[in-house]
Design a protein around this ligand. Structure first.
Ligand code: TPP
Length: 635
């Protein structure tokens, strides 16, 4: 586990080894501490990659929260948790911080197992208010006294779960504070009516106009500055009364703000005051700037939301010459949209990540960013499909988990022609447990009416998207991994028209290696290792995971000595399991085994390190096959 070098002199940060050290600092030193924290975060993220812009934006807020509240007795619940780098450094993990996102290093998200300051394991958005109201109810039932604070971004506030939580928060009226961290961005600029409403509060209000005029006037009169400073202090205490955030007030949550999220002293004053007022749930609307303190991130907050290693001085990332899966999907769909006017594209706040920016340019009227609202994205698509359109919903595998019921109830049952572009399927690497796309095969293969495809080359992905755009008979899911389209030397017969349900075969050996998607190169390596031991293989490439080409599979089971499925997914619920269940009784259990992930949540690190950790390497797989053949007398 390597350590990133830290270049700044960090006088104040060096003196902090526990949260008590932070609280013993004079308030006037806190802005300098914030600068040092930002320096550390920039140093480490420039080497490890990570969620930079969001973390830089909340450094001041993080200091103010830990300074004012008695954490971990008081409980902070971070929504998503991608913004917790300063929180980690201040809560006893400073020395480990350079290991963040590295294999066996600190997680990039809150982890209960890492620290008592991390109240919950998180990674998916919009859960903090539900957790906070649960915490507050539990606290009161147990007659405990701690404060409960949820910190949620304006992007995460577009997730429907928040409104389910607010419905209950306004009902049970428990003591809790919601910090709304408004930087006007989700990953891209935030969209939708909620975002507009928040912007109106900040910029369009009567209050702000009066405030501006008052400030200008005071700048011109003697002693005006002192009066203005005094006004600002009073303002922090009273603005909630003058400018209620009506939507929240209507939900029974008292609104305070907007507050400058980079004024540490102001926030501490406000939090100190709020924690003494026991009058039910409150929301503090804090305004921050994403990327604060690092110019490239301030200028390009979306690019620096989640970023790989970069040059700290220039902000430039290593240029990738390889083409990514998302890019192939987005560009193909954009091309199709120019001729096929029924094609629509839907993203849940991941326009850039899913490659849909090209589609937005090509067909802006048929592009929809619905916010972080995966359930809604799927139901919305079903209505478009019912009305004759061909919606493509591009969602990362892990986030599609949110919309499981909608896949069944709103798409599957009515057999509607919605296509799901399931991005980041399989192991995703450094984002870890909450982000691996390991469940989609298991949950989609069981939904009647769905077809499930798994391309192994960019060309295949294109073929599948073309097929889906003209299919129109029911739902299709296409799963593809994170990263670059792999280079494969193997040549499978390519059908001129993509034909679902047909597997591709290469070789006629006595060992069948059954793979799909990005596992083809893995199978090639296993085949080469077996070849070196005098064993020839057949590689069966499953481009369609549902329906499976059982003719091809059964024939391979018959004629081979060993039949192995290798998956970038869980064994349980995976394709190997499906194959066994579909084989006729006499063939089941015969020389068949599956290679994939065990029944465990899989940690973070580079994908290769994770595969290695779980024994998923071509070396280990070929050893297993040889050992199996030796045991069964098959060699
Ligand atoms: C359910 C779900 N969908 C998508 C994401 C991907 N995602 C991570 S952070 C983020 C934006 C969050 O915006 P906001 O809450 O405003 O936080 P900011 O990064 O702006 O501080 C998104 C879409 C996610 N974590 N969870």
């Amino acid at each position: 586990m390597g350590r990133a070098k830290v270049f700044y002199m960090k006088k104040i940060l060096d003196s902090i080894t526990s949260i008590k050290d932070l609280r013993s600092l004079p308030v006037k030193e806190l802005p300098a501490l914030a600068t040092e924290l930002r320096g550390t975060i920039i140093d480490v993220v420039s080497q490890n990659g990570g969620h930079l812009a969001s973390s830089l934006g909340v450094v001041d807020l993080t200091i103010a929260l830990h300074y004012s509240f008695n954490t971990p007795f008081d409980r902070i619940i971070w929504d998503v948790g991608h913004q917790t780098y300063a929180h980690k450094i201040l809560t006893g993990r400073k020395d480990l911080f350079p290991t963040i996102r590295r294999h066996h290093g600190l997680s990039g998200f809150p982890k209960v197992s890492e620290s008592p300051f991390d109240t919950y394991d998180t990674g998916h958005s919009s859960t903090s208010m539900s957790l906070a109201v649960g915490e507050a109810v539990a606290r009161d039932l147990k007659h405990e006294k701690h404060a409960v604070i949820a910190v949620i971004g304006d992007g995460s506030l577009t997730g429907g779960l928040c409104y389910e939580a607010m419905n209950q928060i306004g009902h049970v009226k428990k003591e809790m504070i919601i910090i709304l961290n408004d930087n006007e961005h989700s990953i891209s600029p935030n969209v939708g009516a909620i975002a507009q409403y928040l912007t109106k509060i900040i910029s369009g209000s009567f209050y702000n106009k009066v405030r501006r005029r008052y400030s200008n006037f005071l700048k011109k009169v003697p002693k005006g500055k002192q009066v203005w400073d005094f006004f600002k202090k009073v303002e922090l205490r009273t603005k909630g009364l003058i400018l209620p955030g009506q939507v929240f007030e209507e939900f029974g949550i008292r609104y305070f703000g907007p507050v400058d999220g980079h004024n540490i002293e102001g926030m501490i004053m406000l939090f100190d005051r709020l924690k003494k007022i026991n009058n039910g749930p409150k929301i503090v609307h804090v305004i921050t700037k994403k990327g604060t303190g690092y110019l490239p991130a301030e200028k390009h907050p979306s690019k620096f939301h989640g970023i790989g290693p970069f040059d700290k001085t220039t902000g430039i990332t290593a240029a990738s010459v390889k083409i990514g899966w998302s890019e192939v999907a987005g560009k193909t769909l954009a091309r199709i949209s120019e001729k096929n006017r029924s094609v629509c594209a839907i993203t849940a706040a991941m326009k850039d990540g899913t490659g849909l920016s090209d589609f937005e340019k090509a067909a802006p009227g048929r592009f929809f960013d619905v916010g972080i609202a995966e359930e809604h994205a799927v139901v919305f698509a079903s209505a478009l499909a019912k009305n004759g359109f061909r919606p493509f919903v591009a969602i990362y595998s892990t986030f599609l988990q949110r919309a499981y019921d909608q896949l069944i109830h709103d798409v599957g049952i009515m057999n509607l022609p919605v296509t799901f572009l399931i991005d980041r399927a399989g192991i995703v690497g450094e984002d870890g447990e909450t982000h691996h796309g390991l469940f989609d095969i298991g949950f989609i293969r069981n939904i009647p009416n769905f077809l499930l495809f798994s391309p192994s080359t960019g060309e295949e992905l294109k073929d599948m998207i073309h097929f889906a755009a003209s299919y129109g008979k029911g739902p299709i899911a296409i799963r593809y991994p994170r990263g670059a389209v792999p280079e494969t030397t193997i040549s499978f017969l390519r059908h001129s028209i993509f034909s679902p349900g047909v597997a591709f075969e290469c070789g006629t050996g006595s060992v069948a290696l059954v793979v799909s998607g990005d596992m083809i190169p893995y199978a090639e390596s296993v085949a080469a290792l077996l070849e070196a031991q005098g064993l020839s293989s057949t590689i069966i490439k499953l481009v369609t995971l549902k329906p499976l080409d059982m003719k091809c599979i059964s024939s391979a089971v018959h004629r081979t000595k060993c039949f192995i499925t290798i998956e970038n997914g869980y064994i349980s619920g995976g394709i190997g399991e499906e194959i066994v269940s579909l084989l006729p009784g006499e063939l089941r259990g015969r020389h068949i085994f599956s290679v994939g992930f065990p029944d465990k949540f899989i940690t973070h690190g580079k994908s290769a390190e994770i595969f290695e950790e779980y024994g998923l390497s071509p070396d280990r797989t070929s050893e297993r096959i040889l050992a199996w053949l030796d045991r069964s007398g098959g060699r």
